[in-house]
Design a protein around this ligand. Sequence first.
Ligand code: HEC
Length: 159
Amino acid sequence: MRLFQILIYMLALTIGGCLAFQHNIQFPHRSPKQLKYIEKVPETSIGTDVVGKAAASSNPALNNQGKALFKINCASCHNRNMKDDLTGPALAGVEGRWSDYPKEDLYEWIRNSQRLVQEGHPKAVKLYNEWNKTIMSPFSKLTDEDIEAILFYIEETSS
Ligand code: HEC
C-alpha cells in the first residue's frame, strides 16, 4: 500500500513538472516585441482594435513616439507619406528590404549609415551608390527602442 502511495506522489510530481516545463518553453517563441505588445495592450481593447482603422491604434503610445522621432530626425529627408522619394528614399516596406540581413544591420544603418558603407556592407554600399552618394546624417543617440518606435510608425503609416 505504501508503495502505491509513493507511486501516486511520483506521478503527480512528473505531471506537475511537465506542465511547468511546457509553460516555460512557450514564451521563447514570442519575440520581445510581441511580448511588449501583449503587455501594453489592455485586454478590453483587443476586440475593437482588430476592426477597421485599427492599424494606427494597435499601439498608440509606440506609434506616437515613433511619429515624434520621425518628425524631428527624419522628415527633412524622408517623405512623411512614406510613399514618395524626397532627398532620401520612401521608407514604406523598408524592413522587408533589409530582411536578408540581421535587424541589427538596419539599426546600425540608421545610427551611422556611413560606417556600414565604409565596412563594405553590400546593402549599404548599393543604396549609397543608387542615391548618388548622398550622405544620410548619423543618429548615434537613437536607442534600439527609439528605432523600433520609428520603424513601427513607418509601418503603420505605410499600410
Ligand atoms: C540628410 C538627409 C537624411 C536624413 C535626415 C535621414 N535620412 Fe535616411 N536616407 C537618406 C538618404 C540620402 C538615403 C539613401 C542612401 C544614402 O544615400 O545613403 C537614406 C536611406 C535610408 C534608409 C534605407 C532605405 C532603404 O530603402 O533601404 C533608411 C532605413 C533610412 N534612411 C532611415 C532614416 C531614418 C529612420 C531617419 C531618421 C532617424 C533618416 N533616415 C534620416 C537621407 C536622410
